[in-house]
Design a protein. Structure first.
Length: 212
């Protein structure tokens, strides 16, 4: 993709951060989709479906997924997350991204991109200011390596789409995004595989205290 050609990468500690900083710095030269002039907006996610990958064996169960409408117009997700075996660390994250115009039927979706990270995944998962940060932080008990095989609860979880915006998932709010997130263990087993359909929605930001 064109924004991978940046020459202004800032070397950082992990492979992912390296890529991330490249993306962000190259995006500074590209107009970012925004709301009406002068109106401050933010992207929130409306989820159409979050489930375990149907076509792949993995080492966790996802149960009782439910959705709650948030004050800001986005959706919050509740779910039970059970890892079936302990996992000492993760080796790779793969995110397959398709985008869908007008609906989520397979004939409306097309391949968009694929992200793969394979450096320092355990620290990456708990790094602040990533698209997944609020999601990881809302999991109780805490989700970090090593991952014991215990029940965890996701309560009011959501992604932080501001980063998607600055990474240049362009016109992000015109599509429904069909993403598959894979976490591979250090033993090269597919530990976690989740599909997530979401539609970013650009909503006005409210002054603190006010509601829509
Ligand atoms: C999951 O949902 C089922 C059906 O509503 C309920 O019986 C069960 O107690 C729930 N599990 C947990 C752990 O809340
Ligand atoms: C989750 O969000 C709902 C709706 O905004 C709220 O009523 C509830 O208190 C929240 N729960 C927690 C644990 O934050």
């Amino acid at each position: 993709m064109s924004f991978m050609r940046s020459t202004t990468c800032v070397p950082m500690t992990t492979g992912l951060l390296f890529v991330w900083v490249c993306l962000c710095s190259s995006m500074l030269r590209v107009p970012v989709a925004s709301g009406a002039q002068g109106l401050k907006t933010k992207l929130v996610a409306k989820y159409y479906g979050i489930e375990k990958c149907k076509d792949k064996e993995s080492l966790f169960h996802f149960a009782n997924v439910s959705y709650v409408l948030h004050d800001d117009g986005g959706t919050l997700v509740n779910a039970i997350l059970d890892f079936l075996v302990p996992i000492s660390s993760f080796k790779t994250i793969v995110v397959n991204i398709n985008r869908c115009a007008g609906g989520v039927a397979s004939n409306l979706c097309e391949y968009y991109t694929r992200w793969t990270w394979s450096t320092a995944i355990c620290s990456l998962l708990v790094t602040k200011n990533m698209i997944w940060t609020p999601w990881v932080e809302c999991i109780k008990p805490t989700f970090k390596c090593p991952v014991p095989a215990i029940r965890r609860y996701c309560t009011n979880c959501s992604l932080d789409l501001r980063l998607a915006d600055s990474m240049g998932l362009r016109f992000v709010d015109k599509y429904i995004w069909d993403t598959e997130i894979q976490l591979w263990s250090e033993r090269n087993q597919l530990a976690f595989c989740m599909t997530m359909y979401f539609e970013p929605q650009r909503v006005p930001t409210h002054k603190s205290g006010s509601k829509s």
